[in-house]
Every structure is written in structure tokens, then in C-alpha cells.
Design a protein around this ligand. Structure first.
Ligand code: NAD
Length: 374
């Protein structure tokens, strides 16, 4: 049998340690600093047993506390990143350091002959990504963006509603990620380290939506707020208009003590909502266009028939479609790409488009106007 594919992890904080345990356990179950055993109490079947295809060669981290954590978990600790790169048994490097280090670490790894799996946001600018991709091309190595959220169940549900027109043609989608703690007090709150919510969560939301709607984007508007942090965006709203007229609103908020559903989907024949990551929610589909039983309701100091609630007989409540999803498919695809057996599911061209779209969002937020894209 071929030996297992060996990956070194640089940056063994929240995400790096999650990767280390996920790969080491062989199952892919996510952990955060070794504390959480699964994601918010739910888990996925993990049909891909990653222990059968790859193993952790070791970690490198500048903090002794994280190195000690690795030793306690029987994970090899390299003296430093250079030592990891010099290890001939290492096939690839997984970069899980703060965002501003992704570029230099990716270039170093590629120049040392290692494939790269790089955490999102893969780079801070599209220019940086172009430079890194040039090195990957020269060295004939894989650079793989770890944009992992197209495997999330909430997204798969919305994608099915959209693709299969379960409620008719979708015309508007809202996706909201809401918290109330502000930006964490680490590097995420500092601009020089690539902080801010656009680069942290905006990237995930943009990544998925542009994959789901494979159309030209004709207008971009972004509002960025700095409520509890003067230098990094801590609340963002992005409004995209696609060529067909479909609109999407993406929000990342860190100062919201009352949360709205994570997804609202509006289609010609109905609406759907998903409350949060555990994917509770529903679809409401219309049965009749005109509801003859509708009676006007009091609306403040007036009356309304237009906005009156529907009677039960004119609509149908349906459960959301559910999915068995496999978070490990990305790891598997990465390894197979490095072995020349597959094409990248998360392509570098896609990652570049996502970075360019984030740049358009920053431009719009700065100008306070809608900008054109593509
Ligand atoms: P973190 O601060 O918890 O961990 C970063 C680690 O990098 C720290 O342990 C730090 O000591 C180490 N580090 C810093 N400089 C280093 C250097 N020069 N050499 C070696 N180690 C160094 O941050 P995090 O939350 O784990 O985020 C890390 C990356 O993972 C970020 O790019 C983030 O965007 C990404 N991330 C991705 C997801 C996802 O779902 N894909 C989720 C969380 C974080």
C-alpha cells in the first residue's frame, strides 16, 4: 500500500489545532483548541475517512503554549516553520496562521517543493494571489484555497431550493451571520494582520453565493461599519445584483443581540427560512394566487389588505430538504489533486474572483456608492 499523504500544519491555534485533531483522529470531526467535539452539537456522517488518506506530519507554531498542546496530543512539533519545510517526508503544508502571513508562508512552502492548502481568506489581495499562483505554476505544485463552506448543510439546502426551483424562481436571498461579541480581541481586530469581518466571514458568504449563482454580477454595494473597532470592519452588508436580476444580501454582524434567520429565500411561489447552523426552518409554498377569504387587518393607525396574513388554506408548510454532508471532501480532493488524480473542487480561479469581489465591496464601502463588477 502507498504511504499516507503527509501534511504539516503551520499555525496551531483555533483552526490549526482543529485540523490537527480532525486529521489525526482519522474521522475529520472538528474541534476548536481540542475543546469542542463536534459543531454545535450536531455532526455529519463523514463518509470520507481522512485517516485512510492522510496524516499529520507535525505542527509549527511560535507560541510555546500551542506547541505544548500538540505534544500533549501526541502530535510532532517542529522547531520552526523552516524545519517543517526541510522535512522531505512532508508532502504539503496547511497554512492556518493569521491572514497577513498566508502569502509569505505559501511562497516559502512552494519554493521548498510542498503543495499548499491555505486557509481562507487565501490572500488579503487578489494581486498577492496572482503572485502566489505564478510560483505554484513554476513549481508545478498545487495551491488549494481552503474555502470549506460549500459543504455546509445550510448552504446545500438553499442551493437545492435555488437549483431545483422548489418554490419557483428565486428572486432574492438574504444570508446573515450574527453575533454580539464584537471582533475577537486577537489579530482579527487589527488591520495589519488582515483583520475585519469581510476577510473573516464575508469571504465565506461571497464564496458560496457566487458558486451557487454562476452569473455575471452587474452591481455591488457594500456598507461597512466600525461599531466597536476603529480600524477593522465589524459589521458588513453586501448587496449583489446578478445579470438575471436576482439579488442577494449578505450580512456579517458582531453587535446584534437579537438575531434574524440565517437564511431567507424569496421565490415566486413561496419563501424559505433557515434559523441557524442546525438548519431548523421551513418552506411556505402558495397554493392559490388570490386568497378570496382574506380580510383586511389593522396596521397601526390604518388597515391593510395587501399585507394581511394568508389564510391556512391558501398556503402549504413544507419541511426543508435535509442533507448528509461530508466536511472531509475538501481534504480528500486536495490530496487527490496533489497526486494528479483530480481537479480542484475549489479552484484558484474561483478564489481569485472571490478576492476581486471583496475588493469591489471595499471600494463600494469607501465611496459609499454602488460599483460595477466584471
Ligand atoms: P488563531 O489566532 O487561533 O491561530 C493562529 C496561530 O498561528 C496561533 O497559534 C499563532 O501562535 C500562530 N502563528 C502566528 N504567527 C506564526 C508564525 N510566524 N509561525 C507559526 N505560527 C504562527 O487563529 P485561527 O482562528 O486559528 O485562524 C487561523 C487561520 O484560519 C486564519 O486565516 C482564519 O481566517 C482561518 N480560519 C478558517 C476557518 C474556516 O472555517 N475555514 C475558521 C476559523 C479560522
Amino acid at each position: 500500500m502507498d504511504r499516507l499523504f503527509r501534511i504539516g500544519i503551520v499555525g496551531c491555534g483555533g483552526m490549526g489545532s482543529g485540523h490537527a485533531i480532525a486529521i489525526k483522529s482519522g474521522t475529520g470531526n472538528a474541534v476548536w483548541n481540542g475543546i469542542i467535539k463536534d459543531n454545535n452539537g450536531y455532526d455529519s456522517p463523514m463518509t470520507t475517512r481522512i485517516g485512510e488518506i492522510m496524516e499529520v506530519a507535525g505542527i509549527a507554531d511560535i507560541r510555546e503554549e500551542r506547541r505544548e498542546w500538540a505534544r500533549q496530543n501526541e502530535i510532532y512539533v517542529y522547531e520552526n516553520y523552516e524545519a517543517m519545510l526541510q522535512d522531505d517526508t512532508v508532502d504539503a503544508v496547511l497554512i492556518a496562521t493569521p491572514n497577513h502571513l498566508h502569502k509569505s508562508m505559501a511562497v516559502e512552502a512552494l519554493q521548498a517543493g510542498k503543495h499548499v492548502l491555505c486557509e481562507k481568506p487565501v490572500m488579503i489581495t487578489s494581486e498577492d494571489l496572482i503572485e502566489v499562483l505564478q510560483v505554484a505554476k513554476e513549481k508545478n505544485l498545487v495551491f488549494y484555497p481552503r474555502q470549506n463552506r460549500e459543504w455546509d448543510e445550510d448552504y446545500l439546502i438553499v442551493k437545492k431550493i435555488y437549483d431545483e426551483k422548489l418554490l419557483g424562481d428565486v428572486f432574492d436571498i438574504h444570508c446573515r451571520i450574527m453575533g454580539s461579541f464584537g471582533i475577537p480581541g486577537d489579530w482579527r481586530g487589527k488591520k495589519e494582520y488582515g483583520g475585519g469581518m469581510m476577510l473573516d466571514w464575508g469571504v465565506h458568504l461571497i464564496d458560496r453565493i457566487v458558486k451557487m449563482i454562476p452569473e455575471k454580477i452587474v452591481r455591488v454595494f457594500c456598507d461597512a461599519k466600525y461599531i466597536n473597532n476603529a480600524e477593522c470592519d465589524d459589521n458588513i452588508m453586501v448587496h449583489l445584483t446578478f445579470e438575471s436580476g436576482v439579488t442577494v444580501q449578505l450580512e456579517v454582524n458582531t453587535c446584534h443581540f437579537i438575531t434574524l434567520p440565517m437564511w431567507s429565500v424569496y421565490a415566486k411561489d413561496g419563501s424559505a427560512e433557515i434559523q441557524g447552523w442546525s438548519c431548523e426552518g421551513k418552506m411556505i409554498k402558495k397554493i392559490t394566487t388570490y386568497d378570496s377569504d382574506v380580510v383586511p387587518v389593522l396596521a397601526g393607525s390604518g388597515l391593510t389588505k395587501t399585507m394581511a396574513p394568508r389564510t391556512k388554506s391558501s398556503i402549504q408548510e413544507l419541511p426543508l430538504p435535509r442533507f448528509d454532508f461530508d466536511r472531509n471532501e475538501l481534504y480528500k480532493n486536495f490530496v487527490e489533486c496533489c497526486q494528479g488524480k483530480a481537479e480542484q473542487i475549489v479552484s484558484t480561479g474561483h478564489a481569485l474572483r472571490v478576492l476581486r469581489l471583496m475588493e469591489a465591496c471595499f471600494e463600494s464601502a469607501k465611496k459609499g456608492e454602488t460599483v460595477h463588477f466584471e
